[in-house]
Design a protein around this ligand. Structure first.
Ligand code: K1U
Ligand code: ZN
Length: 169
């Protein structure tokens, strides 16, 4: 298992559309393990392969307090989405920036698990937000792209300031 580097906004590779996984083989299982290690180490509650410059439809999520409920989504598809919720989101590719985004309150998805078995999942609240956020990454979309141009520019300025302050002198 390995901790992978995470791409940071506005890296153009974050806008790559991920390809579906043909078979959940050993290389995909290694990727799943590496993404999980990277998410737990960050720490985060989700991570899409896109963020680690791997352009396959693979996501890991763990929104549990105990950090031991790993959810693996391979080739996820939203079958139903309804309701509305506004949640203050963060992103490991946009470190230190938290902004409100409006998304569906409830989603029903289909995906393959880490053994390649098809399953259906119903989610609401934080889990539904996280699934939608990670699925956006697979489509090359980063959450700040939902913000108004003014709010997005402010977020980019804050990100640049944060990087300047953290750069070695
Ligand atoms: O996609 C990512 O970059 C991961 C992101 C997921 C996410 C968070 C909040 C709303 C929607 C999606 C994160 O995990 S940011 C870090 C974070 O929220 C967190 C980290 C540690 C403990 C609890 C939360
Ligand atoms: Zn993100």
């Amino acid at each position: 298992m390995a901790i992978l580097p995470i791409l940071e906004y506005p890296d153009p590779r974050l806008h790559t559309i991920a390809a579906p996984v043909a078979t959940v083989d050993e290389s995909v299982k290694t990727l799943i393990g590496d993404l999980a290690d990277t998410m737990y180490a960050a720490p985060g509650i989700g991570l899409a392969a896109t963020q680690c410059d791997v352009h396959q439809r693979v996501i890991v999520i763990d929104t549990s307090d105990t950090r031991d409920q790993l959810l693996v989504l391979v080739n996820p598809v939203i079958k139903r989405a309804d309701g509305e919720q506004v949640f203050e989101e963060g992103c490991l590719s946009v470190p230190g920036i938290y902004e409100e985004v409006k998304r569906a309150e409830h989603v029903v998805i289909e995906a393959l698990d880490r053994e390649g078995r098809l399953f259906t999942l119903e989610a609401s609240g934080l889990l539904a937000v996280c699934i939608q956020h990670e699925m956006d990454h697979l489509m090359g979309k980063v959450f700040v792209e939902y913000l108004s141009p003014l709010k997005r520019n402010r977020a980019v300025q804050r990100l640049r300031k944060r990087r300047r302050e953290r750069a070695p002198a």
